[in-house]
Design a protein around this ligand. Structure first.
Ligand code: GUN
Length: 291
């Protein structure tokens, strides 16, 4: 049984990116430049953005943090997006979500120049991904593909069950896994209204759980020898921890790990890969690889 180590893989990819940046600079090129827009003081968002800036430093990128208080108007934020769209020095940028309630998130996402949308959230990137054109693929699905590839998991012709149909994981994951150049798998998407969910899941060679329901996937739902990817990261109360909580995946790790062929742990599986994939997208943006 293999533990798919996302933390070690992410560290290795960051080293590879840093080496590529050194080569670019040595050849007289410019460092990739990522800008991040952070509105307000949400604790989670502050941490994510801080980690993104630190990852930029580790990779040798330029980074710019643009901060606003949470009373910024939608119009002002749109102006900020427009400025970044037109800033020739910025290769890619993200607007950290969630945004305050008075701002229409979709409107902001759609205002971002899709050529700089390294989050891969713009409908043009989502659409291009769905039909297999060059595009920015969003971080979590891209990170899962990278883990499957680096751990030599055979996907072609295999049955892949995806639990969850969210716009950020389930749907793009299904699109990618069915496509010839990414997964070439037979895909079934299971969700809260699926009949025979357990039986369907049990037929899969690869299970990708992204429903946000702690320990939902039990051993009786997994085919012996399957590969299990756990995307869940739910905070559950844990009095024995200093923080008062622990992260729980969607998979009952203790029992599923006894029967599967490979599994991602939580934490240390899919999670560490996501910021790393943002860095890969920014590197591609700097090299004008897609657009
Ligand atoms: N909030 C939580 N995850 C993300 C992400 O990947 N990108 C952005 N922009 N906001 C987020």
């Amino acid at each position: 049984m293999t533990i798919i180590d996302g933390k070690a893989t992410a560290a290795k990819i960051k080293e590879e990116i840093a080496q590529r940046v050194k080569d670019i600079v040595a050849a007289g090129g410019k460092r990739p430049h990522l800008a991040a827009v952070l509105v307000g003081h949400d604790g989670g968002s502050e941490t994510y953005v801080r980690n993104k800036v630190l990852a930029c430093q580790a990779c040798g990128f330029e980074s710019t943090l643009v901060r606003y208080e949470d009373d910024i108007t939608e119009e002002e934020l749109l102006q900020c997006v427009e400025k970044l769209n037109n800033d020739k020095d910025v290769d890619g940028f993200i607007v950290q979500l969630p945004l305050p309630k008075h701002i229409n998130e979709q409107k902001i996402i759609e205002a971002i120049d899709y050529k700089k949308d390294v989050d891969g959230f713009h409908p043009i990137n989502v659409g291009r991904m769905a039909i297999g054109l060059p595009c920015y693929i969003s971080a979590t699905p891209k990170g899962i593909l990278e883990l499957l590839r680096r751990y030599n998991v055979e996907t072609s012709g295999k049955k892949c069950a995806i639990l969850g149909r969210s716009n950020i994981v389930g749907k793009p994951m299904a699109q990618l896994m069915m496509q010839k150049q990414y997964g070439d798998a037979t895909v079934v998407v299971l969700h809260s209204h699926s009949q025979n969910l357990k039986e369907e899941c049990r037929q899969a060679d690869i299970v990708i759980a992204a429903i946000g329901s702690p320990e939902f996937v039990t051993a009786d739902m997994v085919k012996p020898g399957a590969v299990v990817i756990d995307v869940g990261t739910t905070r559950v109360p844990d009095a024995s921890r200093k923080s008062g909580f622990r992260l729980s995946g969607d998979v009952k790790f203790d029992e599923v790990s006894k029967i599967c062929n490979a599994i991602t742990p939580v934490p240390g599986g899919v999670g560490p890969m996501t910021i790393c994939m943002l860095m890969l997208n920014t590197l591609a943006a700097g090299e004008r690889k897609y657009y």
